[in-house]
Design a protein around this ligand. Structure first.
Ligand SMILES: NC(=O)C1=CN([C@@H]2O[C@H](COP(=O)(O)OP(=O)(O)OC[C@H]3O[C@@H](n4cnc5c(N)ncnc54)[C@H](O)[C@@H]3O)[C@@H](O)[C@H]2O)C=CC1
Ligand SMILES: O=C(O)C(=O)CO
Length: 341
């Protein structure tokens, strides 16, 4: 498969929070890749909709609405290197049906997402929301807390994030079970890896369920009333994937019914979460504002991957994390796992 563009004049439009040195790094990578005249434009969120139709290559993650029909009608865009692992921002039907190649940041933020998962998990088990609220009122309340050790942890989605979480969890004397769409290459840290359709079995066994699967047409609203009823009574849920995988009204009901003991949410159905949501006031809930990947390293790491993939793309090779657009995520054989070339 060759991805060489017709012209040596290539316009690369960026839409993630780059600094001038990131733009220079991309310029140098394009030059190393043999592009004679690369024009790098930092569109930012403000100008992405205006500039995307003129781009040959798009690197970034548009958080504002983009007129994809206009982009497709212009017929110029060849490749999207998403600066997010989730592709809900760009995998619209027109892009899926087009020849545009899409590659993702899958797994790139796995160490940070794993740490975020741990923060949420320990906060829940050690009842930090309750104690923080008491602290704010100068109250001394002493109540028992829960333990991680001895628990069964079920991870739904064994991609970059799921694997990093399992590796970080494994020294903690826990049993780790997981499901994945492609249940291949079971990591040593995982006790059992099952296909995605064994979710019910995973839920029945797990004291803690961690969501690390992508949002796509199959996973939208997956955690509904019925799925919550399949969870072990008194178990915990941590969602570091996408809010819309969970039906929030069903989650609130599961908490009200005591079906689940608590949840840690880095993501919600609508972001920011509505002011009127019952979840805000619940001592068994921790909400963080979608910061799993928001470490100081993020832009550097995203730029490094973009540069590696630029060289591959212009050499006619598949970029790492090449997305299967019908599935909505990369096949594991295409995964970026820190390769330098
Ligand atoms: N909270 C945050 O800041 C972040 C959230 N994310 C979200 O987490 C998701 C996962 O990220 P990565 O691990 O980097 O992506 P990834 O593409 O490496 O992994 C996704 C895995 O889920 C599996 N999968 C797909 N459908 C499934 C199903 N129905 N059941 C079980 N497994 C299924 C895939 O086979 C793949 O192994 C992203 O799609 C994104 O939405 C990613 C990074 C940061
Ligand atoms: O990479 C992703 O998908 C994220 O959600 C990061 O913010």
């Amino acid at each position: 498969m060759t991805h060489k563009l017709d012209s040596n004049q290539v316009r690369i439009v960026l839409c993630y929070p780059v600094l001038p040195h990131h733009t220079e790094q991309i310029q140098a990578a394009a030059s190393d890749a043999g592009v004679v005249d690369a024009e790098i434009i930092d569109a930012g969120q403000e100008r992405i909709d205006e500039l995307l139709p003129s781009a040959d290559v798009f690197i970034g993650h548009a958080k504002v609405p983009v007129d994809w029909d206009r982009v497709l009608a212009a017929g110029k865009l060849k490749w999207i290197q998403s600066s997010a692992a989730g592709l809900d921002h760009c995998l619209v039907p027109g892009v899926i049906d087009s020849d545009i190649i899409v590659s993702s940041a899958s797994g790139l933020f796995a160490p940070q997402v794993a740490e975020q998962t741990f923060a949420l998990l320990f906060g829940l088990l050690r009842r930090l929301p309750l104690f923080f609220r008491a602290e704010a009122k100068r109250e001394f309340i002493r109540l028992p807390t829960d333990d991680l050790r001895g628990k069964t942890v079920g991870i739904v989605g064994m991609g970059g994030n799921g694997r990093a979480i399992a590796d970080m969890l494994s020294p903690w004397d826990v049993r780790i079970i997981a499901t994945d769409y492609f249940p291949v290459e079971k990591p040593d840290s995982v006790d059992e890896l099952w296909p995605a359709d064994r979710l019910q079995r995973l839920l029945a066994d797990s004291d803690i369920v961690i969501l690390t699967l992508p949002l796509n047409s199959q996973t939208l609203g997956l955690f509904d009333d019925e799925v919550f009823r399949q969870m072990k009574c008194g178990s915990y849920l941590v969602n570091v994937a996408r809010g819309s995988v969970v039906v929030e009204s069903a989650l609130v009901e599961a908490l009200d019914a005591g079906q689940i003991a608590g949840c840690g949410l880095d993501v919600t159905e609508v972001e920011p979460l509505s002011e009127s949501s019952k979840l805000w006031d619940d001592d068994r809930v921790i909400i963080t504002p979608h910061v799993g990947a928001q470490s100081y390293r993020r832009v550097d790491d995203s730029t490094d991957l973009a540069c590696i993939n630029l060289k591959r793309f212009f050499a006619g090779k598949s970029p790492y994390n090449l997305v299967d657009k019908q599935l909505g995520f990369p096949h594991p054989s295409k995964a970026y796992r820190g390769q330098s070339e």
